[in-house]
Every structure is written in C-alpha cells, then in structure tokens.
Ligand binder design. Structure first.
Ligand SMILES: NC(=O)c1ccc[n+]([C@@H]2O[C@H](COP(=O)([O-])OP(=O)(O)OC[C@H]3O[C@@H](n4cnc5c(N)ncnc54)[C@H](O)[C@@H]3O)[C@@H](O)[C@H]2O)c1
Length: 324
C-alpha cells in the first residue's frame, strides 16, 4: 500500500518538482496543499491525474487542520518567498505570514502526527558574518541574513518549533536549508523577482545597459529546483533526524552569472553595477559534506549552463503582462 505524503507549497517552484519526484518513485500517494498565491497549476499538469490537490490557505487554521491530517510523511514548503527587494521594508509582514503557517501546520500535525516531517528552511538563517562556505550550525549566534531578516527569523522559528514538535510528538524531523534555487517554473513577481529570473528578463528584453545590484562581485551557489527536490527527497529517505544544507560548494559571481545568461541568450549588452543597491554578504556557498555523508548516491542532474538555457525557454513561455 502507498504511503500518504503531503507536500505543502507543492504547486510552487521546488514543491512541484518534489511532487513529480514522489509520483515517479511510485511509493507515495501524493497530496499537494497550496493556495496558488505563488504556485501555478501548470507546474503540476504532468501529474495532475496522479495527485490529490487541496487548494487553500494554510494561514487559515481550519483549512490547515482539514488539509494536513493523516499523512505518513509531510514536506513543508509553503512560505512566502520573494526576492530581496520584496523583503526590504516588509520583514515583519513576512515573519507574521510564515509564523501563522508554522503555527497552523504544527497544530494540525499535533492532532495527527506523521512519521516524518521535512521542513524547507533557508540559508537565510545563517548570519552574514562567518565563513564563505557555510557548515550546518547546531545553534545560532547573531542575526540571520540582514537583507532577509524577517524571513530568516521565520525560518529559525520554524526550525526550532519543528524540532520541539519532533521531540514531543516522536516525529522524525529533517530540516533542509536551501541556498539559491532557481528554475523555469518560477512565477514572475515583477520588480520583486529573484535574481536569476530578473536578470534573464532584463537580458532577453534587450535592456542595455544591464544593471547589476551591488558590486557584481558577490558570489552565490545555484541549484536547479529539480535537484533541490531530489535532495530533499534523498534526506527524507534516510533514517536520520538531521539538519542539512541544500546547495553546492561551487560559486559564481553575479557578474559571471549575468555574462553566462548573456552568452545563453546570444547578446552582449553593456553590464553596469549599482553599488547603492543591497547585495548581502560577499560569498555564500554551502558546505555539502554533511549532505554527502547521508545521501552519498546523490548526483546533480542540471548544471547551471543547462539551467540557464531552460530559463531562456522560461522567458519565451512567460506572459509577463499577466504577471503581478
Ligand atoms: N527558491 C529559493 O531560492 C529558496 C531558498 C531557500 C529556501 N526556500 C524555501 O523553499 C520553499 C519553496 O520555495 P519556492 O522557491 O518553491 O517558492 P514558491 O513561492 O514557488 O513556493 C511556495 C509555495 O507555497 C505556496 N504558499 C504560500 N503561502 C501559502 C499559504 N498561506 N497557504 C498555502 N500555500 C501557500 C505558494 O503558492 C507556492 O506554491 C519555501 O519554503 C522557501 O522559503 C527557497
């Protein structure tokens, strides 16, 4: 008999790949819970007849208690996640929103505990000060990432509350901390979009010069959402209660990333930097030693070059006028 597995935020960029990975595995009866505030039904069209979709807002306690019961495994990805420009001036709002979801999730699961709860945290829980390549920290010092501090605190609270929940309800907890994830399933969010879709749009629109926020030298590690989903799935399949980074050690500067996008698009605009815009810490990459030790069979399927070509396709298939 199949195990019932719930994916909150399962119509979103990462969650929809996760639902696909679970369906392909064949062991799970997959239930997607999403309010479609950022997710898109089209992300699930390949598997629509093989999943159950529960449409509703997890900020609504009643909906959460009805939608989240009776599962063997729960992947919790629902969250309001935008680019840095959205966070600016909205830290408290983002914290409130995510806290409401966390509260409703854990209340609902308390009434009907799964065997395993995997939560999508974020690398934003890490402070700006620290090593370039970040190892999973058991405890926190300082503030979370400054440019995303409301979101970072929300993810810290999610981690802490999930851990306590696991101890008290005897549920195995897996905390996944993705770094920079991108994919062609990204839903355009106008000026609040994340870095890769924003840069792809500027380049493909023929913008010249293309302006890059900050110095352009800030370095990040990028993972395609399909690989991120497979990594979360890999963590869930172990027997460990664990905290694990989801990223790569390899980094690209925003300038290098922009040049790669230009190369994929076949254009050569002038590239300018705008030092007055926030750029966050200089280098941020994931120490993947721990992940590799518990999921040794994992191999990345989509290198950045292929992923950027997919983002060019994303540009051609996106109706930017219809987007917010
Ligand atoms: N994309 C990244 O770079 C990144 C990095 C670190 C962590 N994460 C985390 O991974 C998870 C998935 O991120 P994503 O990039 O796929 O984002 P996404 O916005 O595509 O997915 C989030 C999903 O949650 C849904 N959702 C939001 N609020 C909801 C609510 N109140 N009720 C029900 N559903 C709701 C949205 O409709 C969306 O489908 C999030 O928790 C995010 O914080 C993402």
């Amino acid at each position: 008999m199949k195990r019932k597995t719930i994916v909150t935020g399962g119509a979103g960029m990462i969650g929809s790949y996760l639902a696909e990975v679970l369906v392909a595995g064949g062991d799970d009866q997959v239930v997607v819970v999403d309010d479609l505030s950022r997710g898109q039904e089209q992300n699930l069209r390949h598997i629509a007849d093989r999943i159950e979709f529960r449409h509703g807002d997890l900020e609504d306690e009643r909906f959460a208690s009805l939608a989240l019961g009776d599962a063997n495994t729960v992947y919790h990805l629902a969250s309001r996640a935008f680019g840095v420009s959205y966070s600016d001036g909205r830290h408290l709002q983002i914290l409130h929103h995510n806290e409401a979801i966390t509260q409703n999730l854990l209340t609902a699961l308390g009434a009907s505990p799964p065997r395993c709860l995997i939560v999508a945290s974020s690398s934003c829980v890490y402070p700006d000060q620290g090593p370039d390549t970040i190892t999973e920290l058991p405890t926190f010092t300082g503030e979370p990432e400054r440019v995303n501090r409301g979101y970072g605190w929300a993810k810290r609270f999610l981690e802490q509350k999930a851990t306590l929940f696991g101890q008290e309800a005897d549920v195995r907890i897996v905390i996944a901390r993705p770094f920079n994830i991108y994919a062609e399933r990204y839903r355009w969010a106008g000026e609040h979009s994340q870095a890769i879709p924003m840069l792809v749009k500027r380049v493909m629109d023929g913008t010249d010069p293309v302006t890059i926020w900050g110095s352009g030298n800030q370095r990040r590690s990028y993972v395609h959402a399909y690989d991120c989903a497979r990594m979360m799935h890999g963590l869930a399949k172990t027997t460990e209660t664990t905290v694990a980074n989801i990223g790569t050690e390899e980094t690209f500067s925003i300038m290098e990333l922009t040049k790669s996008i230009c190369a994929a698009a076949g254009v050569e605009p002038t590239l300018r930097t705008d030092a007055s815009r926030p750029e966050g810490r200089f280098t941020k990459s994931a120490d993947m030693t721990h992940f590799r030790s518990i999921v040794p069979e994992f191999a990345y399927a989509i290198p950045l070059e292929d992923g950027l070509n997919r983002m060019i396709d994303w540009y051609h298939s996106t109706d930017f006028k219809a987007a917010p």
